[in-house]
Ligand binder design. Sequence first.
Ligand SMILES: *Cc1c(COP(=O)(O)O)cnc(C)c1O
Length: 376
Amino acid sequence: MTPRIYLSPPDVGTAERALVADAFDSNWVAPLGPHVDAFERELAERCGTTACAALSSGTAAVHLALLLAGVGRGDEVWCSTFTFSASVNPVCYLSGTPVLVDSDVTTWNMDPDLLEQELEAAARRGRLPKAVVAVDLYGQCADLQRIQAACDRHGVTLIEDAAEALGATAYGRPAGSFGRFGILSFNGNKIITSGGGGALLSNDTDAIARARFFATQARDPAPHYQHSEIGYNYRLSNVLAAIGRGQLSTLEQRVAKRRANFDRYVAGLGDLPGIAFMPEATYGTSTRWLTTLTIDPDAFGATREDVRLALEAQDIESRPLWKPMHLQPVFAGCRVVGGQVSEHLFDWGLCLPSGSSLTAAEQDRVVEVVRGVCRV
Ligand SMILES: *Cc1c(COP(=O)(O)O)cnc(C)c1O
């Protein structure tokens, strides 16, 4: 029997094992310790920021970024609608009001023209958002230079959700380094994993110190337990940081492998009618965390769902692109700016198996199944 091919499974090796053994042997089995400190330094260095707080998840990082941006009851936060729910949920933890902004067709990320226009209109109305959360999807940075300029013009805090884009670049800068805060995730399906974890990046060292304070139950400096503010338990375990460090040391190879996966899919499927791969923006390099494509059902002779079910029948995991947040029942009441681009991507889009451990033989199986569904 051939084993199931997963979308983006963890890929761990001996470096991680040795570092975890060190965490055990040194008895630093706690949500602090030398691997946490080292992981924070290494992430900041890799992403080109002065400071970093390692946290229990990417969601926690979004939450603390919004908290430190001053988001509170009734404040608007504008987010990419085409994303995972974790980019938006923390707005609601803080009783803020999400406003959902559509993507453009060239980057699939937040449309900078749409954002500029809407910020102008909001400034005229006298109701600017407290923050903008721009997401870097599937390994590709949003047009962060233009988004940053639009936010700066109106004094709006930018948060870069780079959970899917560690290792990517835009305008010669690393993903995670834009805006006041950058967010990373080390969930099991991301380009590197710690078995669950995340990080908050910033050049504001004081803000990162505040993030650590809130992540450690907002404990005041006193010998006893004293609290003047509401805190959270959001710090990363030293054991998990050890795994993350091992993974981070191989990031370049992981990016190269994921990009090679993409190139092989293009070679194997690019000639089929109706298939279009996610474009790569001219201003940067994508990691191709996931290989994503759209399938025009008329040209291809079958739908995205036909392809997904045919793959599943062969024990191959694939997945539709993100369902836009403005189509989610839980965010049905939210204002949306545009929406057709992301709706179309959701209708036609598919993510193919893209792990860094994917073999050529496995990839050939995927290509063969997809080709078999084409009816033209
Ligand atoms: C994975 C992800 C997150 C959340 O990260 P977790 O570590 O799973 O909490 C946030 N935003 C995006 C875009 C993601 O893909």
